[in-house]
Write a protein that binds this ligand. Structure first.
Ligand code: PLP
Length: 413
């Protein structure tokens, strides 16, 4: 008898949709393509040699423990170190408030499974990180987007959404946000808005998931205080990650959350994977301890800053004037907006791929429609020459498509 796989799957599987980004990776990540599509860290910045040295030392000194299963909550020393780092940034946090996860993506998955019932509305940024929305949606959460501008999510518009939802008898329990150098826009939520959103959270009684993988990669001074450090009611769940400040391959992230929630997270993580990567945790702890990681982050900041500056310079120089783009103060992403008279970004991408350049078109970052004339550009992976050549090629393409022979600004300089 042939197997009908549809009948085999649990109902919740129907809610799982693949990431639009992953599905066209095969095209965008071909070697001949200059890709601004993936949000991966620059692999040339991975500290492979230092990593081999520390791994060898670790095997010598604590090899058996590093290769063994560990506690579900994670390595205690690493948890204590992360709590200390968070206290230094103003948050109230002890080792017991922290659990180590397999990247912050696992944190998003566990939280969705614990907090979201099918059909429940969840406030998200608009546009929002696809992987965050994916986790919420896989549990039946219905993302309700709150539009962003250069200051982050607008609290007044959030309030309007909350009032509209209330009229329909709906009440979101959660707001999912990436407050620093957001994926995909690069925007950072201002301090004033963080305060206003916390007030709304208190008034309407919802929790905030603060996902902060990029905050340390700040190219123009410190970021505003975290929601976690401003929170006086214990309604903020903080997610951190080593992926962008060290390497994603070790799959180490962390969650700092109030005790009643953490208890459930630990139980669920036990059924998910027993514990996170022991080797990676010890490696992260050793490097953090030696002060190596802080130094590495300082290096990354200066390297990524150069790439950001170059991409912005090239966009300024080669893109036709009517194309808008954000100027992120950190992280990996620039959000590009094409005028309405242009073809949709999806179509532009197809033409760009013919020129062997890739980016991500915008629709996937919106849940309720939108983004057709937007695109995310990442400057993290491509080398500097490729950034220059890729943006120049796109500038020529966009100018040709809109009938201009030479982009206005390039002609001047
Ligand atoms: C906003 C955001 N959150 C979470 C993640 C997942 O990161 P991790 O490697 O820590 O799971 C990413 C990865 O790109 C991201 O951009």
């Amino acid at each position: 008898m042939t197997i009908n796989w549809r009948e085999q799957f649990a109902q919740r599987v129907g809610r799982i949709t693949g990431s639009q980004i992953r599905s066209f990776f095969q095209l965008t990540e071909r070697p001949e393509v200059i890709s601004f599509a993936g949000g991966f860290p620059g692999s040339s910045f991975f500290p492979s040699q230092d990593l081999s040295r520390v791994l060898a030392e670790m095997m010598e000194e604590e090899g058996r423990a590093a290769l063994q299963y560990g506690p579900t909550e994670g390595n205690y020393e690493l948890r204590a170190y992360l709590a200390y780092k968070m206290r230094r940034e103003g948050a109230r946090c002890e080792a017991e408030d922290v659990i180590i996860t397999n990247g912050s993506q696992q944190g998003l998955d566990l939280l969705s499974r614990i907090l979201v019932n099918p059909g429940e509305p969840v406030l998200v940024e608009e546009p929002a990180y696809i992987g965050g929305m994916g986790a919420l949606r896989s549990c039946g959460g219905v993302p309700v987007g709150v539009p962003m501008d250069a200051e982050g999510v607008d609290p007044q518009r959030m309030k309007n959404k909350l009032i509209a939802l209330e009229r329909e008898g709906k009440k979101p329990k959660l707001f999912y946000t990436v407050p620093n150098f957001q994926n995909p826009t690069g925007y950072t939520t201002s301090l004033e808005r963080r305060r206003a959103i916390l007030e709304l959270a208190s008034h309407y009684n919802f929790l905030i998931i603060e996902d902060n993988p990029y905050g340390a990669l700040s190219y123009e001074g410190p970021v505003p205080p975290s929601y976690k450090s401003l929170d006086r009611e214990g309604r903020v769940i903080y997610l951190g990650s080593f992926s962008k400040i060290f390497v994603p391959g070790i799959r180490i992230g962390w969650m700092a959350a109030p005790a009643p929630l953490l208890e459930k997270v630990v139980l669920l993580k036990q059924t998910a994977d027993l514990c996170s990567n022991s080797l990676g945790q010890r490696l992260a702890y050793r490097l953090s301890q030696e002060g190596y990681l802080d130094e590495h982050v300082r290096r990354l900041v200066s390297l990524y800053r150069e790439k950001r500056d170059l991409m912005l310079y090239c966009m300024e120089r080669f893109f036709p004037e009517e194309i808008g783009f954000t100027r992120p103060k950190g992280g990996f992403f620039i959000w590009v907006t094409f005028p309405g008279c242009y073809p949709e970004a999806k179509e532009l991408l197809n033409k760009a791929l013919e020129q062997r350049v890739a980016f991500v078109h915008g629709e996937g970052f919106f849940y309720n429609g939108g983004g057709s004339h937007c695109a995310r550009f990442s400057f993290s992976q491509a080398g500097k020459e490729d950034i220059y050549r890729g943006i120049q090629r796109l500038g020529d393409l966009f100018a040709r498509l809109t009938g201009e022979r030479v982009p206005a600004k390039a002609a001047q300089g």
